[in-house]
Design a binder for this molecule. Structure first.
Ligand code: R5P
Length: 331
């Protein structure tokens, strides 16, 4: 017999319990579809090995599995994902739709010099090594073509729509003077797409140099001038924040009237939070990397979080539950 009369169940890893619960509630409210939510239990042995336990039966069910790939570290989170997928498969699920809004390792998507790995591809292979994982829902992959590293269907949600709505609501009059800025060539397509949502705003693209990992230098700006303009920088992620701080400084030196920043994944490694708090310019991120309310309260002076639960709820409903299209809210 199916659990709760539904062939679907939501399972979440500890970091994603709250997000999964809100998504379940939204699907219930909007579509009168009430999904069971099972919270995965995770323990760590004294030597660091991880062990997971699915505390309720999920037999013969299609599992929507919420997992995060950043905390406690990308490496530990990846191992937890692999063992959790194994636990679900051995618990006789029919299939797993994996929901990881942020996927670690996607920056390493090509051999930019000899004898380096393509870790993003390897990560895709590792995830797909479990044949129960048959669909992936994520957000703002570092490069869209990385969908091709997976052979299963991938829904890549875009933070751009959420950010555009926010800017239209809060900067409506100023937006006539907006220039959308890509911090590097890799972000040019994202910036153009974003610009279309901001009434076809002009675009400028930085040439960035990376002397080594986690160090970057914005060199020159190509495209629209930013003199006297509102510069809106958009990126997929902020890690140490070096890229964004360099770009913002350069834009100010070049005469931009104001600088705003939006990036889907706010990782904030090292002293990024402190550095942004000292600079005091606003950063817009989604909650693709889950954090508690205290975190957002503590960083409210510079960080503005746009939740992505609605986008996830509609995507799960349309793409997986009724087989509809997600283009209407994700293009
Ligand atoms: C790079 O290609 C990415 O899109 C981000 O710009 C970069 O990973 C951000 O890293 P960080 O914040 O450490 O400069």
């Amino acid at each position: 017999m199916e659990q709760n009369g539904s062939p679907y169940v939501v399972v979440s890893s500890p970091g994603m319990h709250d997000m999964a619960e809100r998504v379940v509630a939204l699907i219930g409210e909007r579509h009168d579809l009430h999904l069971r939510h099972v919270r995965l239990e995770v323990e760590t042995f004294a030597n660091g090995e991880v062990m997971v336990y699915v505390p309720e039966t999920v037999r013969r069910q299609h599992v929507f599995f919420f997992h995060e790939l950043q905390h406690p570290s990308p490496n530990d989170a990846l191992m937890t994902l692999l063992v959790a997928n194994d636990a679900l498969r051995r618990a006789s699920v029919t299939k797993i739709t994996l929901i990881t809004p942020y996927i670690a390792y996607l920056r390493q998507d090509r051999k930019h010099k000899p004898r380096v790995p393509i870790s993003a591809r390897m990560l895709a292979d590792l995830i797909e090594s479990n044949k129960s994982v048959q669909e992936l829902i994520t957000a703002d992959m570092h490069a869209e073509q990385e969908q091709g590293f997976f052979s299963i269907p991938v829904d890549n949600l875009l933070g751009l729509g959420l950010f555009a709505e926010h800017f239209k609501r809060h900067l409506s009059d100023e937006l006539v003077d907006a220039v959308i800025v890509a911090p590097d060539f890799g972000g040019a397509v994202r910036a153009r797409r974003f610009a279309k949502k901001i009434d076809d705003a002009p675009v400028a693209i930085f040439e960035k140099r990376r002397p080594r990992a986690n160090q970057s230098e914005a060199v020159s700006l190509i495209g629209e001038s930013v003199v006297g303009k509102i510069a809106i920088v958009c990126d997929d992620m902020i890690d140490t924040g070096g890229t964004i701080r360099g770009v913002a400084k350069k834009l100010k030196e070049m005469g931009a009237r104001k600088v705003y920043v939006c990036a889907t994944h706010g990782i904030f490694s090292g002293n990024a939070e402190q550095a942004f708090a000292e600079l005091g310019f606003p950063i817009l991120c989604t909650n693709s990397i889950p954090r508690n309310a205290e975190y957002y309260a503590q960083h409210a002076s510079w960080l503005n979080m746009i939740p992505m639960e609605e986008l996830l709820a509609e995507t799960i409903y349309e793409s997986s539950l009724i087989g509809g299209s997600i283009s209407k809210f994700n293009s």
